[in-house]
Ligand binder design. Sequence first.
Ligand code: BTN
Length: 243
Amino acid sequence: HRIECFDEVDSTNNVAKRLAEEGASEGTVVIAKTQSRGRGRRGKPWISPEGGIWMSIILRPEVHPSRALLLTLVTGVAVARTLQDECGLEVGIKWPNDILIGDKKVCGILTEAHVRFNTLEYVVVGIGIDTNVDVKAFPDDLREGATSLKNELKRDIESGALIEKFLENFEDVYNSFKDGEIDEILSEWRKLSKTIGSRVEIRKQLGEIVYGEAVGINSEGALILELDDGTLRKIISGECIHH
Ligand code: BTN
């Protein structure tokens, strides 16, 4: 596979998007040492100092656009496997895409689907892992909820080896996805999930807030909430807060 490495870019998702528009093939990977305008979900900036892993993967799955959410879960499973196997860490996942150690976030995933005429043209999956960074240097509002591999393990980790293992794991889980083994992936995701069984608050884009108990995810990767009046509600996007 083509792997493009940079010292600094605005955002590896932007570079990957540009390459995809120019026809780059599935499996093209963009990695940068730092990002000057790293992006998180919901338009938030993503702090990307040297020492972290900032990367994006171009995918061209031949599936309906509604399946794009599943790619976030696929990626989460691959990151979780990697951190467990390579670092011996116990990790969890907060729906849809935060990888947690305890209740602190160590990795975020930004999946951007590019749809034309109702078909999925390509998808850019961006992965940010706080590896050899010190979250004590993060701004106040982020510091408390974040951790890094270095903060957890009290030593530097070898980023190159971790990236390699992650790409292997990603390829395995992604191939299962393409082979239609969605149930297997979702059951691994459910085991890792810290959201299912928790009381959650979902902040929707337009300011709506939904409270309920997360009771499961469906075959599209959507979160199923049981509201206080006992009805079920399907959530396909929004910020999830555990209570
Ligand atoms: C989130 O949890 O809000 C998602 C964070 C995603 C960050 C990664 S770092 C590599 C890629 N490039 C970006 O600009 N964002 C993603």
